[in-house]
Write a protein that binds this ligand. Structure first.
Ligand SMILES: [Zn+2]
Length: 342
């Protein structure tokens, strides 16, 4: 199914700057070394290929897209009034950086692709919203638990998730405990979640290197910064390597190609509640343009599982949850679904 938005059809492979970007991304991610090829370097190269987006279009037959943009202080020549607002519950969208072409500040938007569901309505064409007017809903069905889940989905493959490794400690979830997941396109379709990516597709201009860097800023949970308790937000590559966590620790920049860069990974949430996630963007204009920076805050609303509600004492809800779990398990074991969704 052809994408409604020309942007969505772009391939990094067709971008003449792609090769150069890969080199520069190594500098950014690995801290300056171009002399050896590390696994992380390979990872970043893969991230830049945006395979999950292609997979979702081919597989699921719907185009999704929300762009979380990076808004900033002065920018605003490029700031557009949000055309849509409300809870984003299904479909593809990207958290997007934008740039007007002048000035030292990036803008931001949530780029929603055709087929995404916002405020209960299916978008028939690509659209956008302001980051503070879109609530990204992570439903109870996305609580996959921090377990080895062989019936889970992973980027369209039926290989399942294994979240028990120590690399997933940065999710803040205990092994076996609750863990809400926003995954790849097949995962999003299967578990009924938004398919959320990061994008610099709407950044114009010439940059040196040809890369916009995204990092994690402040994250609040139900209005408070993370302390020793509270929900944890983290972002992993689609291969399961930690990039960002509100717990702290290693924070790796995500490099996106201006005008073309787009990627998807795995977003994790350790508790139900409201997360406000700040993303920071930075880039350097070619010539004498100087550095450009920006920040934007995106809101994720993580919903308790029906079974959790039942445990809280709502018997009727508990009965519903039991049925829901059986259906989900049956669907999860259907490998034909996974194959069809690839
Ligand atoms: Zn995307």
């Amino acid at each position: 199914m052809p994408a409604a938005n020309g942007l969505a059809e772009r391939s990094l492979d067709q971008n003449p700057a792609y090769g150069m970007l890969l080199q520069y991304s190594c500098v950014i991610v690995i801290g300056g070394s171009l002399t050896t090829k590390t696994p992380k370097e390979m990872l970043m190269n893969k991230l830049l290929q945006d395979e999950s987006c292609e997979g979702s279009r081919l597989a699921c037959g719907f185009v999704c897209g929300i762009v979380l943009a990076i808004a900033v202080g002065s920018a605003p020549a490029t700031a557009r009034a949000g055309a849509v607002h409300g809870p984003w519950t299904l479909g593809h969208g990207d958290l997007s950086v934008t740039y007007s072409g002048t000035g030292t500040s990036f803008g931001s938007e949530v780029h929603l692709h055709s087929g995404a569901v916002v405020d209960g309505e299916v978008l028939t064409a690509d659209d956008h919203g302001e980051p503070d007017e879109i609530q990204i809903v992570v439903p109870g069905s996305a609580n996959l638990k921090r377990i080895d889940n062989p019936s889970g989905y992973f980027e369209g493959a039926a290989e399942g998730y294994n979240f028990t490794g120590t690399e997933f400690n940065a999710t803040g979830a205990a092994v076996g405990g609750n863990l809400w997941v926003l995954g790849g396109s097949a995962d999003a379709a299967h578990y009924g979640t938004p398919f959320v990516g990061l994008s610099a597709e709407e950044v114009t201009g010439t940059w040196n290197p040809n890369s916009i860097s995204l990092t994690l800023g402040t994250v609040t949970f139900d209005g408070s910064a993370y302390g020793t308790t509270g929900g944890v937000f983290s972002f992993y590559s689609e291969e399961g390597d930690p990039m960002w966590s509100s717990i702290g620790g290693t924070q790796l920049p995500v490099s996106l190609v201006p005008g073309a860069g787009h990627m998807h990974g795995l977003m994790f949430f350790s508790q139900p509640g409201t997360y406000q996630v700040t993303l920071l963007a930075s880039g350097l204009l070619a010539g004498e343009g100087g550095p450009v920076t920006g920040s934007a805050v995106y809101t994720f609303q993580v919903v308790p599982e029906p079974s959790s509600i039942a445990l809280a004492g709502l018997g009727a809800a508990g009965a519903l949850a039991a049925g829901w779990r059986r259906r989900r398990r049956a669907a999860g074991e259907n490998s034909a679904f996974a194959e069809a969704a690839r």
